[in-house]
Design a protein around this ligand. Structure first.
Ligand SMILES: Cc1cc2nc3c(=O)[nH]c(=O)nc-3n(C[C@H](O)[C@H](O)[C@H](O)COP(=O)(O)OP(=O)(O)OC[C@H]3O[C@@H](n4cnc5c(N)ncnc54)[C@H](O)[C@@H]3O)c2cc1C
Length: 485
């Protein structure tokens, strides 16, 4: 019996249910990744993917087997591998969102043609269908969903150990030599200066993911609830990208965290606070599982006709970190240079784009998808809709962040801003949050504002007012429509 272990966002050997399912039945294993440039998330994500694949290939080779990496049309390559190895079944971890749904659909068609089975495995805390309200309905608000997850926490499947030798599982057929190379487009991308600079901020792969878990738990976990909102602090885990690529199994991570609760040096409240954030990730995947259109449409349909502006200049200023609002520009430059941005700052830049620049959340989502290394269809859509106010968990008040107030509160000493905007280093912290309000003071210390740093084109108070007017008009319009119907 030969099984194809089809990898998507599960680039690890530990707690790998499809792999273990095949090993337990003494199957021969073909382990493969199919890279189709038509089905990708984004460039930054691809840059990580390249190194993650090379890393996994090295580990699998050390265990006496091979990781195949094929580039090109998904269906064609998938079919080629099935034929070459006379495969009997395909086992894989099911993924939500695009490009995964499309590929899973194509895989089903190909398996059908080859008359073999395609078996999905779940890597969520619990299969979504088991997490329902008492009435058997889907949760659409985070807190009750989270409470339900907590009741199921002790039932999360126990993780599988990684296999220690794959030599015996190697099929008799030798792979085509070109299947052993990193896909050419990924190889080219990883050699660009942009990708190299971005990747230099990170340690990639399963082993490194666990080092990061341990480092975070030992040094930052106890302070997580208090420090996690301060972008200058190394207070969050930076595990999102390892989770996105499945270098880290979330179930294994949960078991590890639960285990720490028995150790007196760990604060149980802090561990729970961290688990709560992991539950947000779970919620994003859950929502997208039941509402696959959420990537493209507002959860609250009344926002689908919202009068967003079309202003390429404002969009470009935001993308390049040149809005003139320091906390926004700092976040966007952190993103460009490292492929990551602190969660609080993600909320602020998303709020500025949608509520001050009045540009659609879809524009922001697309830029994040291309530039975040942890770009994830579910979290990205949920995050943008949450901030734009058109998603689930609509606030009883309308969610609007004032970037100057937020910057003063969460980057009081302006360490974060000055790190990413070194041009502001000569300015005392008290003027950094809103330099345009201190033009005379800045002049007196020889800092030429429009020359050395931009003055915002968008007035924060006025734009906020204009946006709220539009929201109100939209609300009246929707109410009128409902009355008519
Ligand atoms: C507009 C917007 C877009 C976002 N896009 C993405 C995305 O594409 N991919 C992504 O992984 N996260 C996204 N997030 C969520 C969040 O910002 C990141 O998960 C977090 O910043 C990652 O850093 P960390 O690993 O240090 O987080 P930690 O604070 O250490 O949290 C631990 C883990 O919990 C999960 N998590 C934490 N906060 C959230 C959250 N608000 N929503 C969902 N999961 C969360 C992540 O998996 C994270 O790794 C987005 C948030 C916003 C506001």
């Amino acid at each position: 019996m030969t099984s194809l272990i089809w990898l998507q966002r599960d680039l690890r050997l530990s707690d790998h249910a499809p792999l273990m399912h095949a090993i337990k039945r003494n199957c021969k294993l073909v382990i493969a990744y199919f890279h189709d440039p038509k089905h990708i998330i984004g460039e930054a994500n691809n840059a990580w993917l390249a190194d993650s694949l090379l890393n996994l290939q090295k580990t699998i080779r050390q265990q006496g087997s091979e990781l195949l990496m094929l580039e090109g049309d998904f269906s064609h390559n998938f079919s080629q591998v099935l034929s070459h190895y006379k495969t009997d079944e395909v086992l894989y971890h099911y993924e939500v969102g695009e490009p995964f749904l499309s590929q899973q659909h194509l895989a089903l068609q190909v398996c059908h043609q080859h008359k073999i089975s395609l078996q999905p495995f779940d890597q969520a805390w619990h299969p979504a269908e088991q997490v329902l309200t008492q009435k058997g309905q889907i949760y659409s608000v985070f807190t009750p969903f989270y409470k339900k997850l907590l009741t199921l926490l002790n039932q999360v499947d126990y993780p599988y150990d990684a296999p220690d030798n794959l030599q015996q599982t190697k099929p008799a057929q030798t792979p085509r030599p070109e299947w052993l190379n990193l896909p050419a487009s990924l190889n080219k991308l990883r050699q660009t200066a942009w990708a190299q600079r971005m990747i230099s901020h990170w340690q990639i792969g399963e082993h490194q993911a666990w080092l990061q878990v341990k480092n975070f738990c030992e040094n930052s976990l106890n302070d997580y609830p208090i420090q996690r909102d301060y972008p200058a602090e190394p207070a969050t885990s930076k595990l999102s990208v390892h989770l996105q690529f499945g270098e880290l199994s979330v179930r294994e991570l949960l078991h590890y965290l639960q285990g720490l609760k028995a150790q007196p040096e760990y604060d149980v409240h802090a561990i729970d606070s961290f688990i709560r954030q992991l539950a947000w990730r779970e919620f994003g995947r859950y929502l997208l599982h039941f509402n696959p259109l959420l990537e493209n449409q507002s959860f609250q349909s009344k926002f689908n006709n919202f009068p967003w502006d079309d202003d390429p200049d404002n969009l470009r200023d935001w993308q390049l970190g040149q809005t003139g609002v320091p906390i926004i520009d700092a976040g966007m430059r952190e993103l460009w240079q490292t492929g990551w941005m602190h969660n609080r700052v993600r909320m602020l830049v998303a709020s500025w784009l949608t509520k001050n620049a009045n540009l659609s959340w879809r524009e922001g989502q697309a830029w994040f998808a291309n530039t975040l290394i942890d770009a994830d269809p579910a979290n990205n859509a949920m995050g943008w809709q949450w901030v734009a106010g058109c998603g689930v968990d609509a606030a009883p008040y309308y969610r609007l962040f004032n970037p100057v107030v937020q910057s003063t509160r969460f980057d009081t000493q302006t360490e974060y801003i000055k790190h990413w905007l070194p041009e502001l280093k000569p300015i005392p912290a008290k003027w950094v949050h809103a330099p345009w309000q201190h033009q005379n003071e800045l002049k007196s210390i020889g800092f030429d504002l429009p020359k050395q740093y931009r003055i915002p084109k968008i007035d924060l108070a006025q734009s906020r007012h204009n946006h709220l007017d539009r929201v109100q008009a939209q609300k009246s319009y929707t109410q009128a429509l409902q009355l008519q119907n």
